[in-house]
Design a protein around this ligand. Structure first.
Ligand SMILES: [Ca+2]
Ligand SMILES: [Ca+2]
Ligand SMILES: [Ca+2]
Ligand SMILES: [Ca+2]
Length: 476
């Protein structure tokens, strides 16, 4: 980043002078998710030692948090992700919210099964917050395959659900599976699992198995695949949404398997209801921790996940054209996944800086050459968020004898800076591809400095917020 305030000015001065419909006749078998969601745990002896941590700027994109076409998780799936991770972060608030969602179908189910709201809220208030789960496309493909199987058999069961996970190449220590073949909308599906309404004590299913998976109660379910498959065939029982969820703790000795992520949604609450709705995601936002192996790019629905491979991650930068600049967030990573949601209207967006670039003989310097060799100075400019903004463009240089010169826009020659300092150009900023600007065929011995700067107050004065770059060349 070349954004600096004052420094260039100081240098110059120092050196010169200067919703939904009510249930169809509720068949009781169809009113709640499959009871007793299955759970498996794999016996493990000692795990192989994980790969050593790397300390470097992330250069590798983590691609497993979305499908390669950026389409999944889709808006419905991301809504269920968002609701799940919000619930995990504050279980007590989730219990209160579930009791009064404002969704008439959910209220109908609560009445139908006679859910005891006090018991429900007390149970949620007793849970500790749990780390979020990251979407994993291998678990998603397995879930989608299972939903398609349920549609093809017009059923709600777990037959073969975990086999599909293995087929997709995801290795797990333990997994829990939820299915709901009769969900009316994503919020209804989420509430059905998390209230766990059904024929058990207090109107909820015995053991609250779906909730245990969703909230990761006593589990380490930090990877998840959620498939929300639409089914609009009136001649079948299943539908309108056939939901399958695979919750897993990964076997981290295998390549591309993690349990520790920075997870979140980048979204804009367009309808101001303080909840993520389909269509509110910000796509194509690059999420980059300041160190570690991976960065990620949000899916079209705004979701992302980045595996934590370095405990020294201190901040995360969100950048993308839809944001109009960068958003930087401090994080404290530990041994467990953290939730980092960005709701754009409540964030400070820092405009991307203008980045002037000056090079000598193709190098950012410092450059050393022998007497008799040439100095070729080239310029480039990346406008960042400021394309089309009016600006003063400045070019200056110093010679080994201590004199300073600038390019004057009227003469377009090097003029002595002792008498005046004028812009080389005044006008709108545009992206400038790196190209030679001038060269010195036989520079005198000593150190030559070359500066290229812009400021975005077009008044022929060198103003405070200045973007600049320089390069030095020593002639021996
Ligand atoms: Ca149907
Ligand atoms: Ca919203
Ligand atoms: Ca440079
Ligand atoms: Ca100015």
């Amino acid at each position: 980043m070349n954004r600096k305030t004052f420094s260039f000015l100081l240098v110059i001065i120092l050196f010169c002078f200067l919703t939904p419909v009510l249930a169809d006749n509720s068949n009781s078998n169809h009113g709640f998710p499959e009871p007793d969601p299955p759970f498996i745990e794999v016996e493990t002896k000692g795990e192989k030692k994980a790969l050593p941590l790397r300390q470097s700027t992330p250069s590798q994109e983590w691609v497993y948090h979305k499908t390669s076409d950026n389409q999944h998780p889709d808006g419905n799936e991301q809504q269920m992700m968002w609701l799940m991770n919000r619930a995990r972060s504050d279980p007590a608030a989730e219990g209160i919210w579930l009791s009064d969602t404002g969704d008439s179908d959910i209220d109908f189910a609560i009445d139908f099964f006679d859910v005891d709201i006090t018991v429900l809220q007390n149970e949620f208030a007793s849970y500790d917050p749990a780390p979020p789960a990251a979407f994993d496309r291998r678990l998603y493909y397995a879930a989608k395959g299972h939903s398609e199987f349920l549609i093809s058999t017009d059923a709600q069961n777990h037959d073969g659900q975990f086999d599909l996970i293995t087929d997709e190449g995801f290795s797990y220590r333990s997994c829990g599976g939820n299915v709901y073949s009769y969900a009316k909308n994503p919020i209804y599906g989420h509430a059905g699992f998390n209230i766990d309404w059904g024929y058990g004590d207090s109107g909820m299913q015995t053991g609250r198995g779906h909730r245990v998976n969703l909230m990761s109660i006593g589990q380490n379910f930090y990877n998840v695949g959620k498939a929300v498959v639409q089914e609009n065939d009136n001649t079948t029982s299943v539908g309108p949404l056939v939901v399958t969820e695979n919750y897993c703790e990964a076997f981290t000795s295998f390549q591309d398997h993690y349990n520790n992520f920075i997870v979140g949604t980048v979204w804009t609450d367009s309808n101001s209801n303080s909840q993520y709705d389909p269509g509110e995601g910000e796509p194509g936002v690059t999420v980059t921790p300041d160190t570690g192996t991976y960065y990620a790019v949000t899916a079209d629905s705004g979701g992302y996940a980045v595996p934590v491979t370095s405990q020294s991650i201190g901040f995360v930068t969100f950048s993308g054209t839809s944001l109009g600049g960068d958003i930087e967030k401090e994080v404290t990573v530990g041994s467990e996944s953290i939730l980092l949601d960005i709701e754009t209207s409540s964030e400070v967006v820092e405009a991307n800086p203008v980045e002037p670039d000056i090079k000598a003989n193709g190098s950012d310097g410092p450059v050393t050459i022998n007497a008799g060799e040439m100095i070729s100075i080239s310029l480039g400019l990346d406008t960042g968020s400021y394309e089309g903004t009016n600006a003063d463009w400045w070019l200056a240089r110093s010679t080994p004898d201590g004199n300073w010169y600038y390019i004057d826009e009227s003469s377009f020659n090097w003029e002595n800076l002792e008498t005046l300092f004028r812009p080389a150009y005044q006008g709108a900023l545009f992206n400038l591809d790196m190209a030679e600007f001038f060269h010195l065929t036989s520079p005198v011995a000593g150190t030559h400095m070359f500066y290229f700067a812009v400021d975005t107050t077009m008044d022929a004065l060198l103003n405070e917020t200045l973007y600049y770059d320089y390069v030095s060349v020593k002639v021996e």
